[in-house]
Design a protein around this ligand. Structure first.
Ligand SMILES: Cc1ncc(COP(=O)(O)O)c(C=O)c1O
Length: 374
């Protein structure tokens, strides 16, 4: 039983790891016994199960979420000279992955409500060089994918979803990752489905994209020492696949725990000065992050920090302020919403297993901050 003054971590990975150790250790020992560390049987089994989980046909696992987006873009035909439209506020990996193909990211502003791509601004950003759109299902919720699908179809563009924060989220009953030509996931340890190290995967319904991805991740080899293309070394370790196989059956329950925690935050903070996250019609948010907005962010975060309540900021500046992108052209509309939100948003503690008393403690502290400044 946690005392009401115990620190509240931003994410608690240790408790989950301890609970799963009895299941994970035999899985790891099994891999060690067979010593099939690269592209072993667990990789195939995980790929099959994860494709199924995402309502997709194929899954090609890779070394990280960044590689998943990079290689998926290459697999759908993106390369030097092309432009790729994406949101102005994401983790920098989204734009790095675009840049690694030789293409240029074109940053489009977002909605105030869900912090996802503002679909009304996408068409203004399309040029003859535009090849693809990378919608980011930010914080665990898909944006307006119907509109994005219509725009992509009208202009002959590919859709590569950045679902790195959205394992198991849904859009009108369909799982994230299965809503575009390819869907990309990260298994970074803190993600909704996390490995014990880096990992990633692409899911797709298109057998040709899957085949290109298998070549791109493994030196262009279909058979050993036959290299059909210039490619990469980006494979999910068998050990990580074995761990993910143990964890995958728990994902829905963990997402439900996140949703329950989000509902409690909503109940307890409804009267606070925070702007709380909203859930779009038809979407099932999986709350990788619970991101709120407050006009006095710095003071509030300092106040929470003093009470040993850890928070994060996702993200403190729009992507056109990252050093490699200082000279990048944004879409005609610019990034006013990204820029305004970047100064006011922050993320409250959120993880499966967060207790109702931990949420209560965070909420009470926020309420007492609001009262102290009134
Ligand atoms: C939205 C988004 N895109 C891409 C990535 C990159 O994933 P990774 O860290 O596995 O390379 C992450 C996570 O870190 C992410 O949150």
């Amino acid at each position: 039983m946690k005392a009401l003054t115990d620190p509240v971590p931003f994410v608690d990975l240790k408790t989950q790891c301890q609970e799963l150790t009895p299941e994970i250790m035999p899985a790891i020992e099994d891999v060690i016994r067979r010593a099939a560390f690269i592209l072993g049987a667990e990789v195939d089994e995980f790929e099959e199960k994860f494709a199924d989980y995402c309502d997709s046909s194929y899954c090609v696992s890779v070394a990280s979420g960044t590689d998943a987006i990079h290689l998926a873009l290459r697999a759908v035909g993106v390369g030097p000279g092309d432009e790729v439209i994406t949101a102005g506020n994401s983790f920098v990996a989204t734009t790095f992955a675009i840049s690694h193909t030789g293409a240029t990211p074109v940053l489009v502003d977002i909605n105030e409500s869900d912090h996802n791509l503002n679909v009304d601004l996408i068409e203004q950003a399309i040029s003859p060089r535009t090849k693809a759109i990378v919608p980011v299902h930010l914080y665990g919720q898909p944006g307006n994918m119907k509109a994005i699908q219509e725009i992509a179809e009208k202009h002959g563009l590919k859709i590569v979803e950045d679902a790195c924060q959205a394992h198991g989220s849904e859009y009108f009953g369909k799982r994230a990752g299965g809503l575009g030509d390819a869907g990309c996931f990260s298994f970074y340890p803190g993600k909704n489905l996390g490995a014990f190290g880096d990992g990633g995967a692409v899911v797709t319904k298109d057998p040709e994209i899957a085949e290109r991805l298998r070549l791109l991740r493994n030196y262009g080899q279909r058979e050993k020492n036959v290299h059909s293309m210039l490619a990469f070394n980006s494979r999910l370790d068998t050990l990580q696949a074995a761990i993910l196989l143990v964890k995958l059956p728990y994902l829905d329950d963990w997402n439900n725990q996140r949703r329950k925690a989000a509902a409690q935050y909503h109940r307890q903070l409804a009267d606070s000065d925070l702007v709380l996250p909203t859930e779009n019609e038809g979407s099932r948010h999986v709350y990788h992050l619970f991101v709120v907005k407050h006009p006095r962010r710095k003071q509030l975060m300092d106040y929470l920090n003093k009470q040993q309540i850890s928070c994060g900021i996702h993200y403190p500046s729009p992507l056109n302020q990252a050093t490699p992108y200082l000279n990048i052209q944004s879409a005609p509309h610019g990034l006013p919403v990204c820029t305004e939100l970047a100064d006011q948003i922050f993320s409250l503690p959120m993880f499966p297993g967060i207790t109702s008393s931990q949420i209560q403690r965070v909420s009470d502290a926020i309420q007492s901050f609001d009262a102290s400044v009134k």
